[in-house]
Design a protein around this ligand. Structure first.
Ligand code: NI
Length: 263
């Protein structure tokens, strides 16, 4: 139904893909605004036409994020495809899956991707006791550092689930998402591509899982389609830098300009 709706809308009215209905409607009460680097209206009015055209032609930025890897075959295929396309991404890695796959993390780092922490055993942090929260994150971080070297490994809480008390224990920024095609449930390349293309807007953080070959194929098709529309694929860290937002430790971001409310 949703796909049909999307096709009808774009076909009849020639609207861009961003005009499609979002497959998962965000709940406005679940977010608050973070700082943004918008161009003040009064300055816009003073710009000449050529400068304005340059601004309009500026690339649109978006961040692809991948959870639940690394997995030898699927993650390697994804890295090959991203390299071919000059697209950067962010990988939220499960610590227990690092041993034996260190080479994949080394590739991620060497090829300009961001590596993040998805806990050691994919635990639901919201219901874990506080010692386990710290241990799960620390244990994964040690493995990430051993494999990829020093760095700040931002956290994506498994299931996006976290409460305020436990968030206070987190020493890095945390990343939620703003587009979720539910690839793990669909397990269908074209449906995942459609769901993302219907929802995506500049500045979005897209959630996918490099654990599934259908998602890897979808991701590469999404890159091809959106690059053709002028999108640049950057890491989450770069997306914050581009938008002039200073990420705060212990804060869960759906996008650089949108904070996910912790419940
Ligand atoms: Ni996960």
């Amino acid at each position: 139904m949703k796909k049909a709706f999307c096709v009808v809308l774009t076909g009849l009215f020639l609207l861009p893909a961003a005009a499609c209905a979002r497959p998962v409607e965000p709940d406005p009460s679940a977010y608050s605004a973070a700082g943004t680097a918008e161009i003040p209206v009064e300055i816009l009015g003073e710009l000449d036409e050529a400068t304005l055209a340059d601004l309009v032609d500026e690339p649109k930025y978006v961040a692809l994020t991948f959870d639940d890897g690394p997995r030898e075959d699927t993650t390697a295929a994804l890295l090959d495809g991203l390299l071919e396309r000059g697209a950067a991404a962010t990988f939220f890695v499960i610590g227990s899956q690092v041993p034996g796959n260190e080479w994949l993390l080394q590739r991620m780092k060497a090829e300009g991707h961001q590596i993040g922490n998805h806990t050691y055993s994919h635990v639901r942090l919201k219901t874990a006791d506080k010692d386990s929260v710290v241990e799960e994150i620390h244990k994964a971080e040690v493995l990430l550092k051993e494999a990829a070297g020093e760095g700040s490994f931002w956290l994506r809480p498994p299931y996006g689930a976290l409460d305020g008390q436990r968030a206070a224990l987190i020493k890095t920024p945390m990343v939620y998402w703003s587009v979720d095609p539910q690839d793990w449930k669909l397990l269908d390349t074209e449906k995942v591509v459609d769901a993302v293309l219907c929802a995506v807007q500049p500045g979005d953080i897209i959630l996918l899982h490099d654990f599934y070959s259908t998602s890897v194929k979808a991701a590469l098709e999404i890159v091809d389609r959106l690059q053709a529309e002028g999108y640049d694929f950057v890491t989450v860290e770069e997306l914050f830098r581009i938008q002039g937002v200073e990420p705060q430790a212990g804060t869960l971001y759906a996008r650089p300009d949108r904070i996910k409310t912790l419940s």
